[in-house]
Design a protein around this ligand. Structure first.
Ligand SMILES: C[S@@+](CC[C@H](N)C(=O)[O-])C[C@H]1O[C@@H](n2cnc3c(N)ncnc32)[C@H](O)[C@@H]1O
Length: 277
């Protein structure tokens, strides 16, 4: 029938989506590629429905291909005769092992249907954890920064696999970035740390990311002035979305499609041109 690739989110069991949980509960077998994803999955699935897969810790491509062929060999009959799930932390399609499995199945077991259930990715979860706002329209790049590497160039970067924080930090600061780090964000497993002090994270932990922003970026959103303007926030009437007649607006209130589209575009910060107001 189907293999579901299920994103588990960053690690807290209650950040699995409702759809992901439903799939896990109904799957005949749930494969997990690692200890951490297994520990999240077992919050939703009894141990006896978990199937473990062995992956060698290697960069040898032949060995990796062999491991994925073995994994696909194990999973394909279970997915053909029933429902199987393969879990990954975060989202299955973001910096994830799931792509290897999907490609291997499609090459050697093309009769297996594959569906993906997206998960809360560290790519977005870091914003709330680190107190960072990526304003609409801002560009941002993803990079790996393993073993002390310091990628540079883009104005804003999310860095994964920051395994040598002090060395990566030195390179970023020298290149003109402000950096904040997050370790084990939204994870049941281990202590969450958010800091801009590289020495607080001098030990290696794979589940560490960084957000780096070029110093001096001039990117004040229009509403930033409010933060300084009102010393007494209770003095006004509060923020309310109103229509022309002063009635609070509700989604779908007799708005035509073009108006709704424009409103949604504006809500994302898109400039909507060619429309009369
Ligand atoms: C191979 S990527 C997996 C990304 C995952 N598929 C996702 O969508 O979030 C692994 C890297 O993501 C980052 N990461 C994932 N989950 C994290 C978490 N809960 N806290 C901090 N960093 C995390 C770390 O930098 C880690 O080295």
């Amino acid at each position: 029938m189907t293999l579901y690739g299920v994103g588990l989110g960053p690690g807290d069991a209650d950040l699995v989506t409702v759809r992901g949980r439903r799939v896990l509960e109904s799957a005949d077998v749930v494969y997990s590629p690692g200890r951490l994803s297994r520990s999240v999955a077992t919050e939703h699935v009894p141990e006896d429905r978990i199937g473990d897969l062995d992956f060698p810790m290697t960069r040898d491509e032949d060995e990796l291909r062999r491991a994925w062929k073995d994994a696909a060999e194990e999973i394909a009959p279970r997915a053909r005769n029933g429902t199987a799930a393969f879990v990954t932390l975060g989202d299955p399609n973001v910096y994830s092992t799931f792509g290897h499995l999907r490609r291997t199945l499609s090459a050697f077991h093309s009769g297996v249907d594959v569906e993906v259930v997206p998960g809360v990715s560290a790519v977005t979860a870091f914003t709330t954890a680190l107190g960072v706002e990526i304003a609409a329209g801002a560009s941002i790049a993803l990079h790996e920064a393993a073993r002390g590497v310091s990628p540079t160039g883009p104005d804003r970067m999310i860095l994964f696999k920051v395994t040598d924080v002090p060395a990566t930090h030195d390179g970023l600061v020298e290149a003109g970035y402000d950096v904040v780090y997050g370790r084990r964000l939204y994870m049941d497993q281990g202590e969450t740390v958010v800091t801009d002090d590289p020495d607080a994270l001098s030990d290696r932990d794979y589940y560490t990311l960084a957000y780096a922003e070029k110093r001096g970026l001039d990117a004040e959103p229009a509403t930033a002035t409010f933060e300084a303007a009102d010393p007494n926030p209770d003095s006004g009437s509060g923020v309310q979305t109103e229509t022309d007649g002063g009635t609070p607006a509700r989604a779908g209130d007799s708005l035509d499609a073009a108006t709704l589209e424009r409103a949604e575009g504006e809500a994302c910060g898109d400039a909507v041109s060619g429309e009369s107001r």
